[in-house]
Design a protein around this ligand. Structure first.
Ligand code: ZN
Ligand code: ZN
Length: 360
């Protein structure tokens, strides 16, 4: 029987063949989890067109053997105590060149490998990440479940807020609690709740300040379910907001609508960013939109593809991405709205269900 892991390995081997890479050393633990199901903290993989070596230490021998067995990869499990570079060297002897993950290999391992092997070391970036970017049905189901937990967690937590008593930290903790008791295994990042002038800081940490009335409160939350992440932002206000906050909120909604309307398989990621950015720039807030329009999401909260003006990537069916335009006005506040969508051949399907309204 072909498991999802076997399919992923096949796709990776095709990608290696396309760039004439006979062997790839994987050090990124998330990529290793994706390819094998292994969730421990010590592992490396060596993939050739015929072999699959898995290196770990004694703590994970039993777990790794079970995971590899379940994945049906026919892996050669090697338990190492020391000298992993020698073991790796013996596995790659005679190969033309060895690819390595330049973003995650340690300086120490790289230099040890350099002296242990005579084969050329070739830096590789995002090869497994590109495979990860196209989600299968099971992955989309896990993300959908994580999104639903965030939707419910937010609604439940907001229902009991007293803006003159509840602090940013209280609200963040309450949202986390509501998500966890319903089955989230954790948060996908430290939750953000930023009220008033602090809403001008895109990634503010919650403080002991009360939320207050008549000011925008940015709430950016996400949780994990079956190893997959969700990520959502809403900006809300208790009591009438300023005319400017209301206007900025309308502009951000319109920018997100424009980005969503532009999403379709085959569209360059930078075009999605431009669709949102054009709306905000036309409204006069171009300088206040200080980050990219979105990112891929999966086993980690930020992954390829990235929807920025510098992106050279193109959307594919099965990508799961966020659309999160924002406007930040130092000293007074800010607005961000973030949804998760699944890219299809015809457009996209929005997973996030929470209302985008500003008023509570
Ligand atoms: Zn995000
Ligand atoms: Zn977010």
């Amino acid at each position: 029987m072909s498991t999802p892991e076997c399919l992923r390995l096949e796709i990776l081997r095709d990608a290696m063949a396309r760039v004439d890479l006979p062997v790839l050393l994987l050090t990124d633990l998330v990529n290793i989890q994706y390819l094998t199901g292994f969730t421990g903290t010590a592992a490396k993989i060596l993939v050739t067109d015929e072999s699959f070596f898995f290196f770990t230490d004694g703590r994970y021998e039993v777990q790794a053997a079970a995971d590899l067995d379940m994945a049906g990869l026919g892996a050669d499990l090697r338990v190492l105590s020391a000298g992993e570079e020698k073991e790796i060297a013996s596995c790659v002897a005679g190969m033309a060149r060895v690819g390595f993950e330049s973003q995650t290999i340690s300086w120490k391992l790289f230099h040890r490998l350099e002296s242990a092997i005579s084969v050329a070391l070739v830096p590789v970036e995002n090869m497994v990440e590109q495979v990860r970017a196209r989600k299968d049905e099971k992955e989309i189901a896990a993300i959908t479940a994580a999104v639903a937990l965030a939707d419910t967690g937010l609604a439940e937590a907001l229902a009991v807020v007293d803006p003159s008593l509840t602090t940013e930290s209280d609200l963040a903790l309450s949202i986390e609690w509501e998500m966890r008791v319903r089955g989230a295994t954790g948060v996908s990042f430290p939750l953000i709740v930023a009220a008033g002038a602090r809403a001008a800081l895109p990634h503010a940490s919650p403080t002991q300040a009360v939320l207050g009335r008549h000011v925008p409160v940015i709430i950016d939350i996400g949780c994990k379910r079956d190893a997959y992440c969700s990520d959502m932002t809403r900006t809300v206000c208790w009591g009438t907001p300023s005319a400017e906050t209301e206007r900025v909120h309308d502009v951000v909604v319109e920018a997100q609508n424009a980005a969503r309307a532009a999403v379709r398989a085959g569209v360059p990621c930078k075009d999605i960013d431009a669709a949102a950015r054009d709306v905000i720039t036309e409204a006069g807030y171009g300088d206040a939109f200080i980050h990219a329009t979105g990112h891929g999401i999966g086993l980690v909260v930020h992954e390829v593809p990235f929807l920025s003006g510098r992106s050279s990537e193109t959307l594919e069916a099965g990508n799961v991405i966020t659309l999160e335009p924002g406007i930040y006005l130092p000293g007074s506040g800010g607005v961000r709205i973030e949804d998760i969508v699944v890219v299809t051949e015809e457009g996209c399907e929005t997973l996030t269900q929470s209302p985008r309204d500003l008023f509570l």
